[in-house]
Write a protein that binds this ligand. Structure first.
Ligand SMILES: C[S@@+](CC[C@H](N)C(=O)[O-])C[C@H]1O[C@@H](n2cnc3c(N)ncnc32)[C@H](O)[C@@H]1O
Length: 333
């Protein structure tokens, strides 16, 4: 790619996002999964007029989502990753992020200038208020989070120190997918998923379908008030949702409940101190801006996390680098 082509690609990103979103909403990657289909076939399946649909299909070929086999369309490997129910499917993320955050980013300049979230400017509500008032969006959000956590649960289960634990509390655990992964890897552990009511709507079904419901309790509440008693506290993608003051408040509430041998396992994308070009750092740095726009939160460096721990009478005990998410374990001091 020439520098000019790359520059154009960067400007064009908003169109690509909408094309992929349309493909996912119309289930095109699912519809062509078992056999290649023509624009007419897909028009009949989706109810979209064939001429307009063909224009979308050929654009999806140009960006590497579909393949054109003599007028019949099939998935590339990228297209297949948008199918429902495949391991690490990107579909839930598309269905959560695009309808909600696309509008937030329209206010990015205002957020940069004032610090007011694009979320509040676009929706007139915090993310958690939006989830509460729109159960359909809430379900999409919870599913997207569960998909993310499934991808990282094996790493956390292997790398985390659960040696002295009996009860693991997934703080702001949503559907409980991280906890389920940990419990499946450690058959002697029991767990508690702790979240607001809207975060817990799909949790019973998720835990049952992953065969850990008999070892799990579901507790509703706010982590600004209290957390249940346990030996290991999991916080995945929690601290980055909040500014330093609120993140410290959450850690203090956990610390208050932590016994002498209790551990706190933070699973987050870490902000790089020395950024390099490429996918390794693109995820953390763009998610950092996403947190600014959506929630007023941020991705933190290891040093910034250590400062939060110190403010909550904790210290970093172990750091295990992963892929997208890193594991940071803290203990009380
Ligand atoms: C970014 S999601 C992460 C979910 C889950 N930990 C994961 O990574 O899959 C943040 C979670 O925090 C929950 N949450 C937000 N405010 C909360 C509060 N005050 N008390 C408890 N949970 C809260 C949300 O409902 C949501 O499930």
């Amino acid at each position: 790619m020439t520098p000019a082509e790359r520059a154009y690609e960067l400007v064009n990103g908003f169109r690509l996002t909408q094309m992929v979103h349309a493909a996912v909403e119309l289930r095109i990657p699912d519809l062509v999964a078992s056999e290649p289909k023509s624009a007419e076939d897909l028009s009949a399946d989706t109810g979209i007029e064939a001429g307009r649909l063909r224009r979308l299909l050929r654009a999806l070929v140009a960006i590497g989502v579909l393949r054109d086999e003599g007028g019949r369309y099939s998935n590339t490997e990228v297209g297949a990753s948008f199918r429902e129910g495949v391991p690490r499917s990107v579909r839930p993320l598309v269905r959560m992020l695009v309808p909600e955050s696309y509008r937030n980013w329209d206010f990015f300049m205002q957020t940069l200038r004032t610090g007011v979230t694009g979320q509040s400017l676009a929706h007139g509500a915090t993310l958690w208020e939006l989830i509460e008032r729109d159960p359909d969006f809430g379900a999409r959000f919870n599913d997207a989070m569960a998909g993310n956590s499934e991808a990282v649960a094996g790493f956390v289960a292997r790398a985390g120190d659960f040696t002295r634990a009996k009860v693991v509390v997934d703080v702001g655990g949503g559907e409980g997918s991280l906890l389920a992964g940990v419990l499946l890897a450690h058959p002697d552990l029991r767990g508690i998923v702790y979240d607001l009511a809207a975060g817990l709507v799909q949790t019973p079904e998720y835990l049952a379908s992953h065969h850990v419901a008999d070892r799990c309790e579901i507790v509703e509440g706010s982590f600004f008030d209290a957390v249940p008693e346990g030996d290991v506290y999991l916080l995945k993608d929690i601290l980055h949702d909040w500014d330093d003051q609120k993140a410290t408040a959450i850690l203090r509430v956990c610390r208050k409940q932590m016994g002498q041998n209790a551990r706190l396992l933070v699973v987050e994308r870490m902000a790089p101190t020395q950024v390099i070009e490429g996918p390794a750092h693109m995820n953390a740095t763009t998610t950092d801006l996403q947190m600014m726009v959506q929630l007023g939160g941020k991705e933190r460096t290891r040093e910034e996390l250590e400062e939060l721990f110190a403010a909550a009478r904790m210290k970093l005990d172990r750091y295990t680098p992963g892929g997208v998410w890193q594991l940071v374990e803290a203990v009380g001091v």
